[in-house]
Design a protein around this ligand. Structure first.
Ligand SMILES: *Cc1c(COP(=O)(O)O)cnc(C)c1O
Length: 611
């Protein structure tokens, strides 16, 4: 799958006259959004992680857009007035790393165009459509094998066209190099456009295939009459297609799995592939590297994935990371800490449990006393205790544990991807997570981010586990670029898209979004008069445990069913004899949706006389 796109946006847009004198064509708005920005959003939703925009005329507009989307890089063609699209592509070339999608800037199109190109296994493909009747058609001719032979606006040159040029292509790095060599071969080619460069490469041996989508909804917008045609005919078709593909929105306020974006859901629909193919190995390697990079320096840490839930990752970590004859100390201040201890028990690992309040911060002095006994090789705790929403201060506790010589293993399942984490700074050697919480993928992949030096210590330890063995899984992948057993193939494609969307949003901004949702919730609880289990200063902002109101009329199932009928799923929580219900901020949830939910909550609480 291609990860880079190049948008050629250097042109003057002269055919628009006054309208584009002080603005690039791509900034003409369709339904309130500049057409180039529509294109950018579609590219991101289809796996593109980096967009290079070749600018020229009014380049400052694109530089401003690059501030809004940090995945955009701009490259200015200073000679835009005397060159054409190939001149702009040449300026972008140094930023291009491999395969890329090449787009014109003045297009609106149905996103299926990108899906088709991302699904292509051929290296160079030019997208074509059937008859557009746009009165500005560029015709394509192919040979019997569908290889591009001619590009022309003149129907006489191409009496039986294979299709019309859309302005979206997939280009390989070697094809780009040949295009550049041709462009630079003679000064007379200064005004060459990219489509003719592609044609030249195609007829001189590196095939460029034409893939035609007969009824693709798309148009280039070059002048006022094309703009009105776009608004009256084409955009309504695109909008209808897109609304038909929308999946019913269910906002999950339960503590995982979390709400996913439609683009993550659709990312699972891919060609079948044997996971032992190198292509899939490359995908897993890239995913693992990206997962590491979110929380650590990839030269010191590595990510090991398994087909399992978050608990599977916890089990892999606990059962792999305690040395033979080692001793584990586990902090238990909620269900997930208790679960770590339970796993260690099942594997007969020698262990002590440090019990701490489920809703108050850990007493670090008392814990340090226990550290001082020097009985332990390994220290385990949970970063964010999802049971209550209590955020534990791992960044204070783990460096201390390391000071006393312990290896630190931490469940970061419900904090990873939701807030900035630096494993080295936090003193964490091993951290677990899952594909389905803050990272926003589908459930099915558990992973452990490991300090490599610590991981390598496990090399000669006798195996206490089999499927879940960290070192074996690591070593096998290193040697073969394969997992030992069948990985959840489609889930990995979804995770890859979720990673792309995390990179686009950034983890800092994601944390800010969750915090905004949490503030909306907390304000509403104050207004309704509901109390929270954990003091707000100790809360994570990811989960809020709310004490149930003191009235016999309260019924969790009734609240659940009422919320669900409005599109919100909530979850109960019982801590000893304390009854709560819990609201999570995870995944693809927006502040406006939390606003809608608190109105639903208030309506229910009002109906039972709480407010
Ligand atoms: C969700 C969660 C897990 C794992 O749950 P699974 O259902 O196994 O995915 C583990 N630890 C914490 C802190 C969690 O929030």
């Amino acid at each position: 799958m291609t990860k880079q796109a190049v948008i050629l946006a250097g042109g003057l847009g002269a055919r628009f006259g006054k309208r584009t004198e002080a603005m690039p064509k791509g900034f003409i708005e369709i339904d309130g959004v500049p057409m180039v920005e529509r294109s950018i959003q579609k590219l991101i939703a289809n796996g593109i992680e980096e967009i290079i925009i070749g600018t020229g005329h009014c380049s400052e507009f694109y530089d401003a857009l690059a501030k809004k989307y940090h995945v955009i890089k701009t490259a200015r063609n200073n000679n835009f007035a005397n060159t054409s699209s190939m001149g702009t592509l040449a300026v972008c070339a140094p930023l291009i790393k491999g395969d890329f999608l090449l787009l014109e800037s003045d297009l609106i199109y149905d996103a299926v165009a990108l899906k088709v190109l991302q699904n292509e296994s051929r290296a160079n493909v030019m997208l074509a459509s059937g008859k557009s009747n746009s009165h500005d058609e560029v015709y394509l001719a192919t040979n019997g094998n569908g290889v591009l032979q001619e590009v022309s606006k003149d129907k006489k040159t191409i009496p039986n066209p294979a299709g019309e040029l859309v302005g979206i292509s997939k280009v390989s790095k070697s094809c780009l190099e040949k295009m550049l060599a041709y462009y630079n071969s003679s000064p007379s080619l200064i005004k060459l456009d990219y489509e003719n460069a592609l044609k030249h490469v195609s007829i001189s041996g590196e095939s460029v295939f034409v893939n035609k989508i007969e009824f693709l909804a798309w148009t280039e917008i070059d002048d006022e009459s094309m703009l009105s045609r776009a608004l009256d005919e084409i955009y309504p078709r695109i909008k209808e297609n897109e609304s038909l593909q929308k999946i019913r929105r269910e906002v999950l306020l339960n503590p995982g799995p979390s709400t996913t974006s439609d683009s993550v859901k659709y990312a699972q629909v891919v060609a079948d592939i044997c996971p032992r193919e190198l292509e899939f190995g490359d995908l897993m390697e890239q995913v693992a590297n990206d997962l590491t990079a979110f929380v650590a320096d990839a030269s010191k840490y590595t990510t090991i994935m398994f087909g399992c839930s978050g608990t599977g990752a916890d089990e892999a970590m606990v059962s792999s990371c305690v040395p033979p004859n080692g001793k584990l100390l586990v902090v238990d201040n909620g269900s997930y800490g208790a679960r770590l201890a339970k796993i260690a028990g099942v594997y007969n690992i020698d262990m002590d449990v440090f019990k701490s309040s489920t809703y108050e911060p850990i007493d670090v002095d008392a814990l340090e006393k226990q550290f001082k006994s020097k009985k332990y090789t390994t220290f385990a705790m949970v970063h964010h205790e999802t049971t209550t929403g209590l955020l534990n201060h791992v960044e204070e506790i783990c460096p201390l544990a390391k000071k006393y010589g312990m290896t630190t293993i931490v469940d970061t399942v419900s904090s990873y991807g939701g807030m900035p984490i630096d494993l080295e700074k936090f003193g964490i050697d091993f951290a677990t997570c899952t594909s389905n919480k803050h990272i926003g993928g589908m459930a099915g992949i558990g992973f452990v981010v490991c300090n490599k030096e610590k991981l390598l210590e496990q090399k000669d330890w006798p195996m206490r586990n089999y499927y879940l063995n960290l070192y074996d899984q690591y070593q096998y992948f290193l040697e073969t670029k394969q997992t030992r057993f069948t990985p959840p193939v489609q889930t990995l494609y979804a995770l890859r898209q979720a990673i792309t969307e995390t990179k686009v949003e950034t983890i800092e901004k994601r944390f800010a979004r969750f915090t905004e949702c949490w503030e909306i919730l907390v304000r509403a609880l104050d207004k309704i008069g509901l109390k929270m289990l954990v003091d707000r200063k100790n809360q994570s902002h990811f989960i809020t445990a709310i004490l149930i109101p003191d009235t016999p009329r309260y019924n969790f199932n009734a609240l659940h069913d009422f919320s669900r009928s409005k599109g919100f799923t909530i979850y109960p929580g019982k801590l000893g004899n304390i009854d709560t219900f819990r609201i999570a901020n995870m995944g693809d949830i927006q502040p406006c949706e939390m606003q809608e939910f608190v109105a639903v909550l208030e309506e229910y609480m009002h109906s039972i006389g709480v407010c």
